[in-house]
Design a protein around this ligand. Structure first.
Ligand code: SF4
Ligand code: SF4
Length: 312
């Protein structure tokens, strides 16, 4: 999976086209990109001579072969069109004064699943902008645990590159679905990077991260994560956890064993979560499709004309 395009194409097709979601994937292992420190916008630092650019091939908004990435990450394609691949979905609540997300981090460190964690360090809320910080234990992670998906807006995937450069082996990350689309694409790609040192990907379910490019986003549930954390769709104080991989299972088992979390429903009703999920997907698919489908064979059709079919 390598496309013969480079930074100039990334600029014209993604950044200038308003699709960029400041995820940091293009710059995680490539020095020719950087981010505006006030807005988080990606920009090309200098033109490189690569014809097959790592930046372009890492970006989740240049092209996103979802089935191919799922095969490489999970060994299968999705079981649910909207939720993605998963092994289990449970409702849990915290058994102490910390929140569930922090407790998962504590379990992952304690179990040796991660030796460091990439988390957000908020720089501004208007516009929402965080840069990555790398912490080496749960206690240090505490003040950086996001409280909403908007806290994660910013080039967090650059933190994976930074951790790799610091010779970290088992790198964890808490990020939004779009960040993990970029990371998943790098992991499934044909470039040699350090991304394979990532040992745990926790997604924060996201209905919007507050960036212009969010209106083109159709991933609510963090489809390329090991575990997705969703406060949306569960009765408070419980949260929904979507567990997708064996590593995700291991973290949940460790958190249960350490009495950090308890399962409140092992077979939860997904309808509330799917209300958030489908609202976002439906709205943003329409934005992606545009107002006319000029490539529909001999007809030029509008989305409104197809409303009944699309909404079935
Ligand atoms: S990789 Fe992320 S930050 Fe870079 S151009 Fe693509 S969307 Fe923007
Ligand atoms: S809506 Fe959320 S997941 Fe989607 S691009 Fe925006 S921040 Fe990322």
């Amino acid at each position: 999976m390598k496309v013969e395009k480079s930074s100039q194409d990334l600029e014209s097709e993604v950044i200038y086209a308003g699709l960029c979601i400041h995820c940091g994937s293009c710059n995680a292992f490539c020095p020719h990109m950087d981010f505006n420190q006030e807005t988080g916008e990606a920009y090309v630092v200098d033109e490189c001579a690569e014809t097959v650019g790592l930046c372009y091939n890492s970006c989740p908004r240049s092209f996103l072969p979802i089935k191919e990435i799922e095969q490489k990450l999970f060994g299968q394609t999705r079981v649910d069109l909207a939720v993605g691949v998963y092994k289990d979905i449970i409702e849990v609540k915290s058994k102490n004064k910390e929140n569930v997300l922090y407790n998962l981090v504590e379990a992952a460190f304690n179990e040796g699943i991660i030796e460091c964690l990439v988390v957000r360090n908020t720089k501004s809320t208007k516009p929402p902008l965080s840069f990555p910080v790398i912490v080496e234990n749960a206690k240090d992670a505490k003040k950086y645990i996001p409280e909403k998906s908007m806290d994660n807006a910013g080039p967090l995937i650059t933190g994976i590159g930074q951790a790799y450069k610091a010779y970290k082996k088992n790198i964890g990350i808490i990020a939004n679905p779009c960040h993990l689309q970029g990371l998943g694409k790098i992991l499934a790609g044909d470039f040699n990077t350090g991304a394979e040192k990532t040992s745990l990907k926790i997604a924060y379910a996201c209905s919007s991260g507050g960036m212009a490019g969010c209106k083109y986003c159709t991933d609510f549930s963090g489809e390329f994560s090991d575990i997705t954390y969703s406060p949306m769709g569960a009765p408070k104080p419980a949260v929904m956890l979507i567990i997708r991989t064996d590593i995700g299972m291991k973290v949940i088992e460790a958190a249960k064993k350490m009495k950090l979390i308890e399962i409140t429903n092992d077979s939860p009703d997904l309808s509330e979560m799917k209300k958030f999920l489908n609202k976002k997907r439906k709205k943003n698919f329409r934005t992606l499709l545009g107002t006319s489908l000029v490539k529909a064979k001999y007809l030029s059709l509008s989305v409104d004309e197809l409303k009944d079919i699309i909404e079935e």
